[in-house]
Design a protein around this ligand. Structure first.
Ligand code: CAA
Length: 259
């Protein structure tokens, strides 16, 4: 897959694909073209049966320093409405395969929002998270006020969104924004390790389980539980359920085929 602003390795490892944001001079600022490439790459990997987990990363200095301010600076409200950039983000939200963010350096504004579109997050000790849009006279637009609040709670979200202050990786861990914090030289490796653990499971079970966890974000508990139950029943129609349970009984490792 050839792109201008990202590097994609669909076969980074068996069943694991890697997407690397690659605008280093601009700290991976998320221009519209880069976001369109991320969307297209994710869609292609989602449709690729060999891929069972996707790792999304930047570089050591920056995961992404937010939407491209230079690209937005002169725009009017109507320009922004017509550009309709958030439809791209909506597509990313709908990716069925698990996405693991490997974050080092800045994850700011749209960068932090992109992290929050991922399903799990491994951060380097040097990672910094923030929603600094307030400092440039705007506010988060790709879910920052909503997803962040659901994860870290009202007062913490308010502090980040209203002051624009960054938080450290350690604080992000305390607040539940990231799964683990590791030394900088290990952040990608640890994210891949997590991806490997996910990729060993039944892809169908992973898909329906991801869908069910995400359902918890935007439905009342009773609806979410109903949804979960249907997905649980559905998995008994898969060969992987038969294989997984037979393997347990026979005391051997399962061989999941994704059927
Ligand atoms: N957009 C465009 N360019 C950016 C950028 C951004 N978000 N962030 C950094 N850059 C560019 C800088 O302009 C600079 O380019 P030049 O060398 O051509 O001047 C280059 O990247 C390196 O940046 P700095 O020299 O500023 O590096 P630093 O180490 O001094 O500071 C920083 C790093 C604190 C991250 C600082 O760059 C910064 O504050 N960036 C902006 C962060 C921000 O406000 N993000 C939110 C954007 S709005 C948004 O994301 C809306 C939304 O919800 C979708």
């Amino acid at each position: 897959m050839n792109f201008q602003y990202i590097l994609v390795e669909p076969r980074y490892e068996q069943h694991i694909a890697l997407i690397r944001l690659n605008r280093p001079k601009e700290l991976n600022a998320l221009c519209l073209e880069l976001m369109a490439e991320v969307r297209d790459a994710l869609k292609a990997l989602d449709a690729d049966d060999e891929v069972r987990a996707i790792v999304l990363t930047g570089n050591e200095r920056a995961f992404a320093a937010g939407a491209d301010i230079k690209q937005m600076a002169g725009k009017t409200a109507i320009d922004m409405l017509l550009i309709d950039q958030f439809t791209t983000w909506d597509t990313i939200k709908k990716i069925k395969k698990p996405i693991i963010a490997a974050v080092s350096g800045f994850a700011l504004g749209g960068g932090n929002e992109l992290v929050m579109h991922c399903d799990m997050v491994v951060a380097s000790e040097t990672a910094m998270f923030g929603q600094p849009e307030i400092k440039i006279g705007v506010m988060p637009g790709a879910g920052g006020t909503q997803r962040l609040t659901r994860v870290v709670g009202k007062v913490n979200a308010m502090e980040m969104v209203l002051t624009g202050k960054f938080i450290t990786a350690e604080r992000a861990y305390e607040l539940g924004l990231v799964n683990k914090v590791v030394p900088v030289e290990l952040y990608l490796e640890e994210a891949v390790k997590l991806a490997r653990e996910v990729a060993q499971q039944s892809p169908l079970a992973i898909r329906l389980a991801k869908e069910a966890v995400l359902k918890a974000y935007d439905s009342p508990l009773s609806e979410g539980l109903e949804f979960e139950r249907k997905n649980f029943y559905l998995l008994f129609a898969t060969e992987d359920q038969k294989e997984g349970m037979a393997a347990f009984v026979e005391k051997r490792a399962p061989d999941f085929k994704g059927r």
